[in-house]
Write a protein that binds this ligand. Structure first.
Ligand SMILES: [Zn+2]
Ligand SMILES: [Zn+2]
Length: 81
């Protein structure tokens, strides 16, 4: 399988998974298996597919900037403007 084909399969798997489990944070086994098929562990294409925010830095060693910002806002008190 080429990397391009793998990314296509990953896109389809992630779309189906989002349809089925909208609020799940954990990726399912099928998606993890596809991710392991990509030779680059910090692949920007895989990151964009998997990240809720489409951020190509999702697999960065210190965490995804978009997902981290989101989890921070969840814990911060609400600011009323
Ligand atoms: Zn990839
Ligand atoms: Zn992310």
């Amino acid at each position: 399988m080429t990397r391009e084909e793998m990314h296509k399969l990953l896109t389809e798997a992630v779309m189906a998974w989002r349809e089925a489990t909208r609020h799940a944070d954990e990726l399912d086994d099928a998606i993890c298996a596809l991710l392991r098929g990509c030779p680059d562990p910090e692949c920007a294409t895989c990151a964009q597919i998997v990240c809720h925010y489409g951020n190509p830095l999702h697999f960065r060693y210190d965490g995804c900037p978009s997902c981290v910002a989101e989890s921070k806002t969840h814990h911060a008190p609400e600011t009323i403007q």
